[in-house]
Ligand binder design. Structure first.
Ligand code: SAH
Ligand code: SF4
Ligand code: F3S
Length: 477
């Protein structure tokens, strides 16, 4: 077994040296101009990318940058990018294009592009050639090196590229600025070994590597004692946690140990690959004090033939066995999923099997995607006879079916009273506050703002496809 590698303390000390140098430069600027240098991190993509953005933010603060309001107001802009679908990449390229005006106005500003997009060789080439005003380009493996890369860009007045591919390492102890006060991401592992044939993630995030369980437990303890109440454990496939470590602790055990930490908090985790999710995992959730009764189990397709072409390594039968077990042991479990429509070679029969599957499972909600070919993945060179119109029509049928199911499930809540912690997660006219149920369902709550961050009984009056609507009947703690 290949052992997980860590960024050494010596390397981190070298980066600390660069941090001090940039900090001194920024202090000198402030002394001379009376103004502070400001930085902004823009982020696209999944929670893992958001967690990286919080580290980039932490590193920038340590270098003396204050927070800018937006990218147009910043001396340093970092765009943390996503490559999962073409649409995601097109959006990012459009936004980088828009920054050319800012750069013309303020040639001293530093524009950096990082994350998953530049980790692909063809994309880092494109950034080099077509976006000459981008100063700094680095991939997911170089986050911890930001101080050195930024220092070089600032002092040598040349473009800096750090996109070499590696299997990936783990850098511990980096600073984090969390975006939210009560909600936190905790990466328990990085990378992916699954190579689903449509997916770019294993190419841009490297091999699976798991953090030391003690480090994870320490981080969660710290968060709980600092008042964080909603903690999401992150990994592309949390169920393979520990597989890369000799006699490593596995995910159900890690979850059990985290759950044993005292405090008033909820634990969630994502994502669970169905091939590695086990009844043991369900048992841990069922008997836990803190695990949310929700699980995201991306199925991708309801056709065994397509699942095989996707290299998902489970069958519909196996998947449904797990769903049945979960429903039997946790009756109020909220189950959500991802589905790709229009994978190369998908026929009407295959698609019908996907519709049958969602009618059987009755997911609370679904993330549905039109297949997007990704450079270098096996699926990109598979035969794909269906037209875009056919795929779009299937996509719409899937959405319609799921909307009906979600609405029916939500309507089942009308007349019930739920005990919820109120916040202002999603604004909605007429409902000052909102909350998430244990299973992650959104509830808009008609309540005075003074009840924010308290727990209250909420009577559910109506429901839509996307949310529940209720009013406070009794406020509590
Ligand atoms: N690691 C997670 C998924 C991360 S990507 C897992 O395996 O479940 C999130 C979702 O994006 C995937 O579940 C898939 O549904 C979708 N996705 C990934 N690559 C895609 C592609 N090339 N085209 C369309 N959707 C894609
Ligand atoms: Fe992509 Fe599959 Fe890995 Fe998920 S498990 S990140 S879909 S390769
Ligand atoms: Fe996107 Fe990278 Fe996440 S490709 S979905 S940001 S791992």
């Amino acid at each position: 077994m290949k052992q997980t590698n860590f960024v050494s303390p010596e390397e981190l000390t070298i980066q600390d040296g660069f941090t001090s140098r940039v900090l001194r430069m920024n202090a000198a600027y402030t002394a001379q101009s009376g103004e502070n240098r400001r930085a902004y991190v823009d982020c696209y993509g999944c929670q893992q990318n958001e967690a990286d953005a919080e580290i980039l933010h932490g590193l920038l603060r340590r270098m003396g940058y204050q927070d800018a309001e937006n990218e147009h107001d910043a001396d340093v802009v970092l765009i943390n990018t996503c490559a999962i679908r073409e649409h995601a990449e097109a959006r990012v390229l459009g936004n980088i294009g828009a920054l050319s005006h800012d750069k013309r106005r303020r040639p001293d500003m530093i524009i950096g592009v990082c994350g998953c997009m530049p980790q692909q060789p063809h994309m880092s080439e494109k950034l080099k050639k077509s976006f000459p005003y981008v100063d700094l380009v680095f991939g997911t493996h170089a986050v911890y090196k930001l101080p050195e890369l930024l220092y070089t860009a600032l002092t040598e007045k040349k473009r800096v590229f750090s996109t070499e591919n590696s299997d990936g390492r783990i850098a511990e102890g980096l600073p984090v600025v969390r975006r939210e006060r009560e909600k936190a991401w905790v990466s328990i592992m990085y990378g992916c070994n699954n190579f689903c044939t449509y997916c770019v993630v294993p190419y841009v995030r490297g091999r699976e590597r798991s953090r030391d369980p003690e480090r994870v437990l320490d981080e969660v303890r710290g968060l709980v004692s600092n008042g964080y109440r909603d903690i999401t454990l992150l990994g592309q496939n949390v169920n393979s946690y520990g597989n890369d470590r000799e006699n490593g602790m596995r995910f159900p055990e890690l979850l059990r140990r985290i759950d044993a930490i005292d405090g008033d908090y909820v634990i969630r985790f994502m994502t669970s690959h169905p091939k590695d999710a086990t009844p043991e995992l369900i048992d841990v959730i069922a008997s836990s004090r803190h695990c949310a009764h929700g699980i995201h189990l991306p199925v991708q397709s309801g056709s065994d033939r397509i699942l095989k072409l996707m290299n998902r390594r489970y069958t519909v039968g196996k998947y449904l066995e797990l769903i049945d077990y979960a429903r039997a042991h946790i009756p109020d479990l909220v189950i959500t999923s991802d589905i790709i429509v229009g994978f190369p070679g998908e026929t009407e029969e295959d698609f019908q099997e996907t519709l049958d599957l969602i009618e059987y499972v009755r997911y609370d909600s679904l993330f549905t995607f039109l297949y997007s070919p990704r450079v270098g993945t096996p699926a990109a060179s598979m035969e794909d006879p269906a037209t875009l119109e056919e795929k779009q029509a299937r996509f719409n049928r899937l959405l319609e079916a799921q909307n009906r199911i979600s609405r029916q499930i939500h309507e089942g809540y009308i007349g019930k009273t739920l005990r919820l912690r109120l916040d202002d997660l999603k604004p909605c006219p007429g409902y000052a506050l909102s909350a998430r149920t244990d299973g992650g369902r959104l509830v808009h709550v008609d309540a005075p703002e003074s009840l924010r961050r308290t727990v209250a009984d909420v009577f559910i009056e109506r429901a839509s496809t996307y949310a529940l609507f209720g009013k406070v009947t009794e406020s509590g703690t």
